[in-house]
Ligand binder design. Sequence first.
Ligand code: HMH
Length: 208
Amino acid sequence: MALTCEGLLSTYAEAWQAATVHPFLTQCQQGTIRPTQFNTWLVQDYLFVTQFTRFVGRTLAAAPDGDLDMLLSGLNALQDELNWFRVKAAERSLDLATPRQHTCQIYCEFMGSLVNAPYGVQATALWAIEYAYNQGWQLPGPMPAPYGEFADRWGNPGFTDYVKLLANQADAALAIAPLGEQQAAEAAFLRVAALEKDFWQMAYNAAV
Ligand code: HMH
């Protein structure tokens, strides 16, 4: 039986739960997150997304013809997202020319390390990274201003559909992948889960 995204979620339900349920998100939903903590997350997530965009570009470079359309739409959305982050940071007078914190740096290095990984590994990591935010921002339920806009960016139905298609693409790649590639995809999934958990925590460890 080939590895699938659904299979990963059920085998590693606990790790996935830790990646997608965190006090940071609960406190956004309750409106009790401290602005400095939220701002720390916002700046670090912008810095993450710059590197994530490059990761999606590398994944696109390895993709079969049938997957190009989806990945191009993903890159298109990231162009919009990077500009949106700049607007949000300006509204809050945040300096985006800030060093990456340790967890953000490690996460960016991990994405960089996948540059020569087989497509099945890249596609699985890409899906996991997007699904973590899709679920994380959706699970707490509707969020009050100003956090609703953030929850909606990753929780909206269009993004949910995009993430499902990413899972289909990863599943199709894994279905024809040799065992070693499947094992590497499994390891990448677990790495994403751990890094996502640490990323939420980062907001509490250091203010901007
Ligand atoms: C840390 N994971 C992190 N940031 C994001 N923006 C996403 C995933 C999804 O886009």
